[in-house]
Design a protein around this ligand. Structure first.
Ligand code: ADP
Length: 742
């Protein structure tokens, strides 16, 4: 103001020219400098804010509800940015919902921790139906869950089975467990021995299962495992198993079911939410004691009892793989309805809870999948009779905290994570350099980082335990750093003279390597182990046939985002797949459609028109049985799907659409089933870079005529044209509809 005033004054009052001009120039110069300075400051602030918003890893926890505590702890430790009330633009890297994908329909990007329709898919009826279909195709491989009936629809079959068992005088007397379709936490579950004991309240649907009475006991109690699985992506399929879980114990010593004890839920059910109300619930904090224990402690106990716990764990891993593969086709159908191709939508991941029971012979049995497993860290404690207090349960924390932390590390954007690591690394390096020049002092940032975790923990006695734990971890880390710092046998601390110390100072590159190694080890320490594709890729490949059927279903849906195929879509399917050449007339196609629609009516409570995916699958199985006869069901279905895919390829004659979905993996090229366009695996295994697209299509066609091995080999030997271009395949892949690409 003063400056402008003097400037105006100078204009009004004529002064001696020389004085006026110097004043004016000085004033102008000062102003200019001031503006420059302000501009620089503004730019700096802007740059900083841009830097933060661009690289900060943002987590929306506004809908996390009971997951909030553990999520918040992880977000804090990892240094990510939490949005407890969400962001106005709904633009976070991760949106954490406690229940459903549909919780926030406004999310168009980032990642959501729920798949669309997963709650429904994991409901007992849908899950066991999916597994039943697989059991039908692979009877010996899908034998890891109890026989199931769907009530009231299958009440007649259920009663007949019980009657037959009675007639055969099966010993011990068979018992069944009835569970509400969408129930949880043991609600509404009861055991029965006679069909007339079944009662369907309010027309609710139930599943009835064989009650597995010969279970493995520990300290005379029945227990089941809660195994956590991270389903990271659907296309390509990728999932991980958490190597730590929980074991939930019943609170009354177990006895085989009798008419007398059949109603004792604290004996037959192992749900924590139910047993915590029992007066005999044991809240011991010791790992291998109490009504809730860690999975590893129970596996250790099994090993101590002289059994092979590794074998048990491997069987559990296999069950997880087979179950996920069984539900993936349904998930794909649901996903395309929630995020139809062309619509921007978030990609999804999900933490699932598998409940697994161990039989007396240590065979694991799948009981159910929880789409929203409890991630709460609280447990109730009775401080005085009838007065309960919520305290942090160390066992829950030990399992759920690393699970969520590592889940977040797996799903946040990789480029941001890289930058984030770099920043952490820079800070760590700076401290290390400073400390290495000061007699190799212990690096402080790590200490701070770890102690911040300790503060969050609640219980005092635990705090001590954890502090020891943390100090151990720190010292291990320092040992690492120190040991790599040492040259030969001498360490920096041993060096007394300044000269010696100088010689022990690490160069920048050495420090750099150390810090890199540190982060590498931290990453490797993840509690999540990749099951698919890393380990069970090949083993599960043959189970993925139904994804191809789901691919056909989605292809012919007609209306994008729909869940049911109409009569026109079904007719188009028959026409385009040239089923008429196999002797199916239009009339027989229509009759089959009407017939199946009626049969699947119970899966359509809203009475919308159309046939659901499972009805379509039934149709495919029926067509395969009639027109593609082979010794086994799976071969029939494979023949039908191969035929349909081939017909579609030839019809469209469009390479972009006809290319089978290929995947580059490890050193070679391998074909992964699960896409719409499939190839015989044998051929794909022998495929080289010189194999052409035409060759593949010919090979596919030949497969239908059952070529011999020599046929295929000679065919591949003959194919030497090099049209096959990895880059063009990638382009085609990206053009192909991809429900949930990572
Ligand atoms: P919820 O979803 O209500 O927890 P679950 O299917 O997990 O229902 O069953 C609850 C409990 O009942 C299990 O934890 C297990 O102890 C027991 N249970 C369930 N099914 C069976 C079965 N087929 N055989 C023996 N026990 C079972």
């Amino acid at each position: 103001m003063a400056a402008s005033k003097s400037f105006l004054d100078s204009l009004k009052k004529p002064e001696p020219t020389s004085f006026k001009m110097t004043d004016f120039r000085r004033e102008l110069h000062l102003r200019h400098k001031r503006d420059e300075h302000a501009k620089k400051e503004r730019m700096k602030a802007l740059q900083e804010s841009k830097l933060i918003s661009k690289y900060a890893i943002t987590i929306d926890t506004s809908r996390a509800r009971s997951n909030c505590d553990v999520l918040r702890m992880c977000v804090k430790e990892l240094g990510f940015k939490e949005y407890p009330f969400g962001r106005k633009d709904n633009c976070c890297d991760v949106h954490w919902h406690a229940c459903h994908f549909e919780d926030n329909p406004e999310v168009y990007g980032g990642k959501v921790n729920k798949f669309s329709g997963m709650g429904e898919i994991c409901s007992k009826m849908t899950l066991f139906r999916c597994l039943d279909i697989m059991r039908d195709l692979f009877p010996t491989d899908y034998d890891f869950y109890p026989r199931t009936w769907y009530l009231p629809a299958q009440f007649h079959e259920f009663s007949c089975e019980i009657r037959k068992m009675h007639e055969r005088r099966v010993k011990p007397k068979p018992t069944f467990i009835v569970k509400p379709d969408t129930g949880a936490q043991g609600d509404g579950i009861y055991l029965l021995r006679e069909p007339n004991e079944y009662s369907s309240f309010n027309g609710k649907c139930h599943v009835a299962q064989e009650y597995m009475s010969n279970v493995y006991l520990i300290d005379k109690f029945k227990f089941d495992f809660r195994i956590y699985v991270l389903l990271k992506s659907l296309e390509p399929l990728e999932f991980y198993i958490c190597q730590e879980g929980l074991a939930r114990f019943s609170t009354l010593p177990y006895e085989n079911p009798t008419n007398k004890n059949i109603h004792e839920s604290f004996m037959h059910l192992t749900n924590y939410s139910l047993n915590k109300r029992s007066s005999t619930f044991n809240r011991s904090d010791r790992d291998d004691e109490g009504s809730k224990r860690t999975l590893t402690s129970v596996l250790r106990r099994i090993a101590m009892n002289g059994h092979d716990s590794n074998k048990v764990w491997k069987s559990i891993e296999r069950i997880v793989c087979k179950t996920i593969v069984a539900i993936v086709p349904e998930m794909k159908v649901e996903y395309q309805a929630a995020v139809p191709p062309g619509k921007t939508g978030p990609s999804c991941f999900q933490v699932l809870g598998f409940d697994i029971l161990l039989l007396h012979n240590l065979k694991p049995i799948l009981l159910e999948i929880n789409a929203s497993p409890s991630l709460s860290l609280d447990s109730e404690q009775e401080v005085s009779p009838g007065v309960f207090e919520y305290v942090i349960s160390p066992k829950d924390e030990e399992v759920k905290y690393p699970l969520i932390r590592d889940t977040l590390l797996h799903v946040v954007p990789i480029d941001k994570l890289k930058y984030f690591r770099k920043r952490k690394k820079r800070r760590l390096l700076k401290k290390l350099k400073a400390s290495s020049s000061q007699k190799m002092k212990r690096p402080e940032p790590l200490v701070k980082q770890r102690t911040s975790i300790v503060i969050i923990k609640a219980d005092e006695s635990d705090e001590e335990k954890r502090e020891v734990n943390v100090t151990q971890q720190m010292s291990e880390m320092h040992m690492d750093i120190d040991s790599s710092a040492s040259h030969g046998e001498s360490t920096a601390r041993d060096a007394n003279s300044d000269d010696e110390r100088e010689s022990n100072l690490k160069s920048d590159t050495e420090l750099d390597e150390e810090v890199d190694n540190y982060f590498e080890t931290k990453l490797r320490e993840s509690c999540l182990k990749q099951l698919y594709p890393a380990i069970y890729d090949e083993e599960c490949e043959r189970y993925r046939i139904l994804e191809r059927v789901a691919g056909l279903f989605i292809y012919f849906l007609g209306i994008r985002g729909s869940l049911r195929i109409g009569p026109t879509g079904f007719r188009t399917f028959a026409r385009k797949c040239r089923l008429n050449r196999k002797g199916m007339t239009n009339a027989s196609v229509d009759i089959m459609y009407i017939d199946l629609q009626r049969r699947w009516d119970h899966m359509n409570p809203e009475r919308t028109s159309g046939l659901c995916y499972q009805g379509f699958l039934d149709a495919c199985i029926e067509i395969a049985r009639r027109k593609f006869y082979a010794p086994s069901k799976i071969e029939m279905l494979e023949n039908l799907v191969d035929h349909c895919e081939l017909s579609l390829n030839l019809k469209d004659n469009d390479l972009a659409n006809n290319l089978p979905r290929l995947h580059f993996r490890r050193l070679g090229l391998q074909y992964r089933q699960g896409s719409l366009y499939a190839m015989p695996r044998r051929i794909m295994e022998q495929m080289t870079e010189e194999t052409t697209i035409e060759d593949l299509l010919k090979a596919h066609e030949k497969k239908l005529r059952q070529p011999s091995k020599e046929d295929i080999e000679s065919f591949l030997r003959r194919s030497r044209r090099t049209i096959y271009q990895p880059s063009s395949t990638a382009a085609v892949l990206s053009a192909h509809r991809s429900p949930d690409s990572e």
